[in-house]
Design a protein around this ligand. Structure first.
Ligand SMILES: [Zn+2]
Length: 396
């Protein structure tokens, strides 16, 4: 049994607890949460940490297999420029280099407090990293499909990858990449009932492609000899919504150019949507931020992701929180921490065990140091680290 105390505890399921103590059993399950009447300090049977405690972070969107591209792609080139640069760099590195970078990224995100990740894979390369990691990974096996003749082979190879993941004990689901890269036939071929993680409205060009059949993405595909998705006269999100099956759990990623009307249409079509935001990546690629105020006003289920190191300097969700706190200083830390923990756990279907310090859950415990304790805000010096080991958040 462990008793861990701090100036504040963010249970996520309730308001912050001042001078809080969380008690864990030997398996890491939360037994109790309480508040001390007096000032806490290190004492017999109680570990004390200056700052705050929170559940382990859940990163809802990452591409571990792109970790070797850190710093390789210029900033601010827009989504079409990013895709073109990614295509040019993708094969410029060996598998050994990619694996070394993925291993390092995995170790860093774990040390910084991440206990679970929704991770995109296009190939098998990082499966060994993920299955050997103390971090829980749900793997989204992603497929593009702009040519009809590629659909059957793409869907078949995705299914083979899902089987390879299962053999290593990884949970996985096949998913379309994004409306602009995926024809209707590919959406239909990937409708297997698992969670879909779809890049959504990451760029204004994406909406332009669907609404008017033009723009930088349209030109990029034509230059690559690919047939762009036919325009529909509506924003790109409708292309995804048209193919969502009854009861499908949907993780929509980015949503940088999602309007209130788009949100309403999605909520009417699908009952289980997590809206994953990756603000650092959006700034890197598009120099834009997601419509956070609209999503909050709508009561959206928000999660946070980092995207890959190809468009971010770090895979630590604390850095996303610091960025949001800088641009949206009025949002309480407790609410932002909810997105980084329970929001991500729900997006991956793991909210019954991860994401909040509630009795019976095994969410891991993160220590946040160098906080502004008077205002309960992050500071540029705030650091995060995991205080618990793997057995405290095994995801069953
Ligand atoms: Zn992504």
């Amino acid at each position: 049994m462990r008793r861990i105390a701090a100036h504040y505890i963010f249970p996520i399921a309730g308001p912050p607890i001042r001078n809080g103590i969380v008690t864990l059993d030997d398996s890491g399950a939360v037994l109790d949460l309480s508040a001390s009447s007096g000032e806490l300090q290190e004492s017999e049977g109680v570990e004390f940490y200056s700052g705050a405690l929170a559940p382990g972070f859940v990163n809802a969107h990452c591409h571990l297999e792109l970790s070797h591209l850190k710093g390789a792609i210029p900033q601010g080139v827009g989504l079409a420029g990013f895709i073109a640069s990614l295509s040019a760099h993708r094969n410029a590195f060996s598998d050994e280099q990619a694996l070394r970078a993925a291993n390092l990224a995995d170790a860093q995100l774990y040390a910084a407090g991440t206990v679970a990740v929704g991770d995109i894979s296009n190939r098998e390369l990082t499966f060994g990293v993920k299955s050997g990691s103390p971090v829980f990974y749900h793997t989204f096996i992603e497929r593009f499909g702009l040519r009809r003749e590629d659909v059957a082979q793409g869907a078949h190879s995705a299914q083979k990858l899902a089987e390879a993941a299962a053999k290593l004990g990884l949970t996985a689901s096949v998913t379309p990449h994004a409306p602009y890269s995926t024809q209707s036939e590919m959406y239909e071929a990937l409708a297997q009932g698992g969670i879909w993680s779809v890049h959504n409205q990451e760029s204004g060009d994406e909406n332009l492609l669907f609404e008017k059949g033009r723009g930088a993405l349209c030109e990029l595909f034509l230059s690559m000899g690919l047939p762009p998705v036919p325009p529909t006269g509506k924003p790109s999100i409708y292309h995804t919504l048209r193919h969502v099956a009854e009861g499908q759990r949907l993780l929509l990623v980015h949503n940088t150019y999602t309007s209130a009307n788009d949100y309403d249409a999605a909520a009417a079509r699908c009952k289980s949507i997590s809206w994953a935001l990756c603000p650092a990546s959006n700034l890197y690629i598009e120099r834009a931020l997601p419509p956070l105020r609209m999503l909050r006003a709508k009561g959206a289920d928000i999660a946070l992701g980092t995207d890959s190191l190809a468009s971010n300097a770090s895979l630590n969700l604390l850095d996303e929180l610091k960025l949001l706190a800088k641009h949206f200083p009025d949002i309480p830390l407790s609410e932002m921490l909810r997105w980084a923990t329970l929001g991500g756990a729900a997006a991956l279907g793991r909210q019954h065990i991860l994401g909040s310090l509630e009795k019976g859950k095994r969410p891991g415990v993160v220590h946040l140091s160098n906080l502004d304790l008077d205002k309960l805000k992050l500071t540029p010096e705030t650091k995060s680290r995991l205080l618990t080991r793997k057995n405290s958040y095994i995801c069953q």
